[in-house]
Every structure is written in structure tokens, then in C-alpha cells.
Design a protein around this ligand. Sequence first.
Ligand code: SF4
Length: 842
Amino acid sequence: MADEIVISVSVRTLVEFLLRSGDLDNRSAAASEDAMLTGARMHRRLQKAQGPDYESEVTLSWQYVFPDDEPGLVPQGGTRANAVLLEGRADGVFTIAPQDDPNGQKLPAIDEIKTTYRDLSKMTAPEPVHLAQARCYAYMLCRIRGLSQVVIRMTYCNLDTEDIHYFYEKISAEDLTAWTDALLREYRRWADFSAGWLQLRTETIRRTVFPYPYREGQKELAEYVYRTIVHRKKLFLEAPTGTGKTLAALFPTLKAMGEGKAVRIFYLTAKTVTSAVAGETLELLRKQGLRLKNVTLTAKEKICVLDRPDCNPDACPRAKGHFDRINKALYALLTESDNFDRAKLDAVAEEYQVCPFELSLDISMFADVIICDYNYVFDPEVYLRRFFDAGTTQLSGNVFLVDEAHNLVERGRNMYSAELRREGILQLSQEADREFPGLSAQLQLCAQAMQRLSERTAERAALPGGTVSFAERDHCTAQWTAEEIADMTEELAKLYAYMGRFLEEERRRARRRRRKLSEKRRELRKGILEFYFELDHFMDTLSVLDDCYRIYTETGDAPGSFLLKLFCMDPGRRLAAVMERGTATILFSATLLPIRYYKKLLGGKAEDYEVYAHSVFDPGKLGIFIADDVTSKYTRRGNGEYDRIAAGIAGAVSGRHGNYLVFFPSYAFLKQVGDIYETKYCDPARIDCIRQNPKMTEEERAAFLSRFETSSDEHSLLGFCVLGGIFSEGIDLRNDALIGVVIVGTGVPQVCAEREMLKEYFDAEGDSGYDYAYRFPGMNKVLQAAGRVIRTEDDVGIAALLDERFLTPAYQRLFPREWQNYTTAGAEGLGHLADRFWSEWL
Ligand code: SF4
């Protein structure tokens, strides 16, 4: 049938969506999340222990056709969903002889395994949502295999004791059909809405055209993006400022969506400012009549109605009864607006008294474009599981657009690494001592195991080659294999299991409790939960360790301070596995050079596409000067060098009054040179200097940037900042708001244990370890900082690089082609270069 509209939904999503009720409670979520993760391993064990006729992980799908005459919401011109494609994966399918059958005749059976920390002896019936999930599988099995009767076995397994409790239900296909009909009748209005929306979305996408005349090269970029989606690949796209990359990525992806080649777009960003640009781009397209639903996900800490999230009915009024009201709130939001921005989410959450963060996550199921931080897709702890459930075809429609993708290397490393600190464990043990002596004792045991490992660390570090030495610090660092720290990880596993039980118990107690907890106790519980999440991440990471990881320990400056870390050296493999959850991934940035480095560390394969777009700006409008007699190298640091650098800054900004940013390798460096510059070279009547500081609030950052909104031909403003910090990328100071940057040093990260491990690792991989650990990340910061100057076609400005190392071939080969016409001078001669440059343009 030409007009047939089928809406896909996973069984799990369906039952959780329709059958949820009651409070939001992250104390139980923690325990059940843990049960889910540990449970995956237990599942496999239970499945393996079954008989030969037991089929594990059976993928099931069935197209349920709606009856014609049912009432429901019919939006957008009367279009209705004809059918729902139910998809899911049953834990097991086997045969069993029901006890009530005198002939012992075997029936087909569905096994649904659930792992928990609950006391199974107190369970009298399966959880309704679990049973509903199993019934859906049973229904699908009956339809697929033409069965008239089936047995449902709910297998509950206690993760701690490994006790197993079964619940059985023998049910006819007829009864299952009646039950499924009722369930899907409830779902119909949502399916109808999705169907109508899909049609409207497709029609309006087809009518939407590129909103401007294409800039030079922009059309080719858009074509590359489109082709990548069609060929289901990854694209690594270096697109300098001015190429209009947000639109060049979004527009063709929408077009692909209109042709059914994409179902949902994840626009992934590292910073809020880039997510705002994506939202504005969609608004621009909406002006043409495009109908598209988009949501911008805001971090829980920012959108929460409390000062700090504490998601349980005792602490948060929105959490109480949240699930009783959430579907009404969703429905209102869905039918009232297309752009689910922060203001809209706040308003609807307020009206229906639900959690705004959970509302944003739930509405994302109905959004065509989800604008969010990388975390929501890549982070193993917080990724949006609802979209990436195994066993559904929905994965095939996801397209990931990764903006400012150079950030994903370090972000990936952080997401896939895990660490625990002894001092944190000890502190929690002390805090829990009075109220939870059992937990406190378990934490103590762990801290003691860490103390023993700390002593071994000192011993190992004392061996020749055992210590990585650092400037100005006296830490001991040692690397270990997983076997060598087995005692430690066993102790952690015991603590982990104990805490799983403890949290489950706590949740039960909280349900029975009449009185509210004191503030102090609430804080303690929150601290316990936060630590539990850290431990959970650690145990999870431990279970996936491979040769991309190093295990290392480090003793710290403070007495007793000790770190145990699982350090992910190369996040590429895990990032690539996540990207498999989508049809195509477009990774784009203004600075993705050298592309082979990013391709390797961001999970690219040889056959994935790579494109380098030309800058659309006249390269002559950016004056690049290199000082050939100064450096930020440690071996040369001292007052003489600082003075020469200060003189270089003075020269670079002397050609024209206006606004400049000056970037330093560290705050200490900033202070040394900044002080000299201000006392010796700065005329306060004509030049203002302001400084970034390490603990700026959002208001202070905004105030700092607001100073650049005005400029003068008779007065200069110099903003002293650190390279790689908040002002060196992601800020957009156009025209005269910024006429130059001065960059001191090459941006290479400080030597430390982790960088040295990276160097060693990539050397062993056959790459240049120094480049991968130091030079490439440093040069990226330099390119980002220099990229602040030319933001529009009309901009003219300078970038002065104050380090002689930029003149070596190792750096020169990393220069973008627009930088080939740089000029050099001694630091004190930069003034002449600046004068000459500005005399051409002013
Ligand atoms: S409003 Fe805040 S504390 Fe309440 S449930 Fe939502 S995130 Fe948690």
C-alpha cells in the first residue's frame, strides 16, 4: 500500500513508556542500573547454563496492524499510523512442560531474565513492566511461529547471592492478542501523531532550499556530507571558519532525512555556544516553512529546579509522582511546539510539575534533531540508552553530526578512563561511620587495600625506570597489569556488591520512612550515591580493558593521597563502536589537522572519507608573524626570556590600536610575563590589560568578553588568557572586536605521567609518540586561538607566534596552507612587521 505508515518501536521502550507510574527515584535507578550492567554478565551465565534446546538472545519483530475504526488523535491532515513494527530481543526461547499438564507435554516458552539486588524471598509477583515486556515477546513468538499457547517464565536472579526465583504464566495466543490489542490501543495516539508528523516533516523538507547563495566550496561540502550518509560511512571534514560548516552539515542531512535515508539527527557539541548555533540554523530553515521538531538537551545540573540535583521524592517535589504526570506533559509539549528549547521545557515542566531534565530526555524520543553534548551519545554512563537498545532496526536511521570534533579526542579519553582516589574513599568512610557502620567498614577495607597498593607503588617507582619524573613535583607513578592488582580489584568488587545491596535496602527504607531526613543525612546519602556512580564506572571500565588501556597508580603531594586509574590511551576503538549505532557520522572542525591523527583517534577506518575545505577568506588579511628568538621551553625560562617575550607582545600590538588576545602556556607564565609587560611596556593611558583567572564564574567570563564589544582607534585592550582555555576557542569576536592574537609558546601540554605514557604507547604503535602526545594537541590549541581573528570576510588582523620552534619543519608541516606567507623577526622587531602589515590595510 503506497500510503502505509509504519512506526517502529522497541518493546522495552513501549512498555516503559506506557506503564510507568509513581516517583522518580535515582536511589532505585542506581541499584537497577547497576543490576543491569552487572546483570549483562549474569544473563550470559544463566543462558549458558540452560539445556541444548534453549535459544539465547532471540531477535523478534512483528508488524502489528491497527484496526481501522479506532479513535485516536489524528494530527496534521488526517494521517494515521497503519501499523507498529514491534522489535526486541527475548533473553531466551525454549520448551517446557507446564506443571499442570498431566501428560508432561512441552510448550514453547519465553524466558525473561531480570537481575536485581532485591531479596527474592519477599517477591510475590513479577514487576508489571517486566511481565509486560515478556508478554510482548510471547505475543510476537505466537504470531511468528503460529502458536496457540505459550509459557512465560520470569527469571529473577539476585546478583549478590545468585539465588534464582521463577514466576510462570501459561497463556493462550488469544489472551495474548487481547492483551496486546489493549496495550497498543493506548499507544495509538502516539503512533498516529508520529505518522502525521513524519508525513508533514517529509513534505516540508522537500520544499526547503538552501537559504543563501552557496559560499565558495560550501556546495561541495554539502555534497560530501550527503554522499557520506547515502554510503553509510564516516566523513572527517576540516572546514575553516567562514565555510558555513553548520549549515553545510545540517542541510544535506535534512535532505537525506526527507528521502528516508535518515530518521534522526544527533547534533553533537562540546560546548553550549556551538549548540546555540545549531539551534539558530534550524530556526533559519524554519522561516521557509520547514516543520521539524528539535530539542536541545541541557545538563541536569543546569536545568534542575533545585540548587543541586537530588532526584528522589524525599528531596525533590518534582520527583514525587513524576511518572504519573509525565505523559500528559509530553503530550502537551509535543502538540504545542516544534522547538523544545530550554524556556519551553521549563514552562511545561512547571505546569505539569515534572522534572524538566527527564522531560527533555523523554521528548527527545519524538524529536527529529537532538542537539546535545557528546556525552549523550558517547559516554558509557550517560548515553541515551533509549535510542541505542540492541535488537531494533531504529539504529539504522541515526546520523551523528559531531561539531568541533577535535575536542572528542580528549573528551573520549576522559569518558572511557576511570579513576578512584583513596582520600575520597577514606573521607566517605569517616562520614558514614555513625549512621552506616557496615558501609563504613567496607570502605575502610578498600582504603586499606589502596594503602597496600600505594606502598607497592613507591617500591616499584624506586626501581630503575620505575618512576616518571616531573618538574617541581615528587609523585611516584607505577604501571600495572590487571593481574598484578587483582587483590585490589577484588576488594573493589566486594565493595561494589555491598553498595548495590545497600542502596536497594535504602530505597526500601526510604519508602517506609514517614519523617523527612535532616539536611546532613541527605548530604551523606548523596555523597554515597555519587561515590557509587564513580565505582560503577570504574568496574564497568575494568570489564572492558584492552590493549588501549594502561593501569597506573600515583601517590600525591598530600600525605595518604593515592590515585588508581584505568587510562584510555586511544579512544578510537570505543568511539567507533558507538558510531556503529548510527548510519553515518560526520566529524567536522575548523582544525582537524593532521587528519590521519584525528582519523586514528576518533575511530576512523582507511575507507572513511576525508575532506579539507579551502578557506573562503583572503589569506592576505591575516598577518602571521613568527618571533625567531624567543621560546616558552622550560630550559629557557627566566627573567631575560620573559622580558623578551613581553617586548614581543608590545611590538605585535603596536601597529594598530584595538582589541587583542594574548595567550600564554599557563597562569604562572601569564603572571610572569604579564607583570613585566604592564610595568615596562604598557602605557596605561593608551592600553588596558585584563586577565583571565582560573576560577571565573559565568558572569565574570561574560564580563571579560563584553569588554571586547567596543573598540577604539586610540586605545587598546589586551586580554591575557591561557592557551587551550575558555577564551581560546568557541568565541566569536567579529570585525573590530578582535584585531589580533599573540600566542606565546607552541601549546604543547606539560610533561606528566599520562603524556609520557601516551608517547610510549604511540611510539610502540609505530606512530611518532611525541607528536601524538604533545605536538599535535598543542598545535591544535594554537590553530584554534589564531582562528579567533578572522571571523568574517571583512575582518583583517594579525596572529603573532612567539616561539622559535614554529620555524622548525616539525611545526611548519602542520601549518594550514593559508599560513604559508608568514614573516619572521626577532621579538623586538615584531613592531616593524606589524607596522608594515597595517600600513597595507589601513
Ligand atoms: S528537578 Fe532536579 S532534583 Fe528534581 S528530579 Fe529533576 S533533576 Fe532531579
